[in-house]
Design a protein around this ligand. Structure first.
Ligand SMILES: N[C@H](CCC[C@H](N)C(=O)O)C(=O)O
Length: 278
């Protein structure tokens, strides 16, 4: 099976072009290729295929084989892949995802995509749509007990669930200890991605992320969008924020006129190869 290894801010996936390859069991393949010792090594598998309602269709599978609704870093890499591999010559493309059709603007330098701006659509705030077990119309600054400590969370879905927790120091935060406890907490019927965020200023933040089904990743595009929405809901930042992740930076803008969130960031192709299913 031919694959291409790409990353967005260090959030790395194995990409497979379904116009050329067939994958009978993507969950099984994602588990195998994601293994960083016995496989290729990645945060998961992303497939690029045809769509009846958009230019292309993207599906994302976590390292544990579970399918996610959307992937922010991944969709930027999909846009880079289809343009650089001459599957389209458009600089504005649409991609069908589990969270609806997204529109992307490509910046091209020397014939290759260097930067992508994604309209990530509207944040979803209703508890039962996130989903999270909570009352009310939104989950903002909500107490939750994890590992015997009370935390305050703000929950946002970008098609996939996120719990945003504000902390003073992300670098020394015990992510391995608390990340899985949030991921599997009974208040999240579909588990959750969890972002631990330090607000630096009204226009800047840093964060780390424990992803549903993939453990800590160096970046999470949907998580960064959820983080900025949480910052705005908690009156901590303005609508445009530069976010520092372990693997790089993303610029997130919330447009109050259409309630859409826009994410701008890089996409990188690292190598390609042949995966022999053993
Ligand atoms: N890394 C991805 C998100 C993957 C989400 C996945 N972990 C889940 O929702 O289960 C991103 O850049 O948005």
């Amino acid at each position: 099976m031919k694959f291409t290894k790409m990353h967005g801010c260090g959030n790395d996936y194995v990409y497979v072009n379904l116009f050329e390859e067939k994958i009978a069991d993507p969950a099984k393949v994602s588990i195998a290729v994601s293994d960083r010792h016995f496989g290729i090594g990645s945060d998961g598998l992303i497939t690029i295929g045809p769509s009846d309602i958009a230019d292309f269709r993207m599906r994302i599978y976590n390292a544990d084989g579970s399918e996610a609704e959307m992937c922010g870093n991944g969709i930027r890499c999909v846009a880079k892949y289809v343009y650089d591999h001459k599957m389209t010559d458009k600089k504005e493309i649409t991609i069908e995802t589990g969270a609806g059709v997204k529109t992307l603007q490509l910046t091209v330098a020397d014939g290759k995509v260097s930067l992508v701006r994604v309209d990530m659509g509207e944040p979803i705030l209703k508890p039962d749509l996130i989903p999270v077990d909570a009352s009310g119309e939104q989950v903002v600054d909500e107490p939750i007990e994890v590992e015997g400590r009370e935390w305050k969370m703000t929950c946002v879905s970008m098609g996939n669930p996120h719990a945003v927790i504000f902390v003073e120091d992300t670098e020394h935060f015990e992510l391995e200890k608390y990340g899985p406890e949030f991921e599997h907490h009974p208040r999240f019927p579909k588990r959750t991605n969890t972002e631990f965020v330090h607000v630096i200023s009204p226009t800047e933040a840093s964060m780390r992320v424990w992803e549903r089904g993939s453990a800590e990743t160096l970046a999470c595009g949907t998580g960064t969008c959820a983080t900025v929405m949480a910052c705005i809901l908690n009156h901590k930042t303005e609508n445009k924020v530069l976010v520092h992740l372990r693997g790089g930076d993303l610029t997130i803008e919330y447009d109050p006129d259409n309630n859409h969130i826009y994410m701008t960031g890089p996409a990188t192709e690292v190598f390609h190869g042949i995966w022999e299913e053993n």
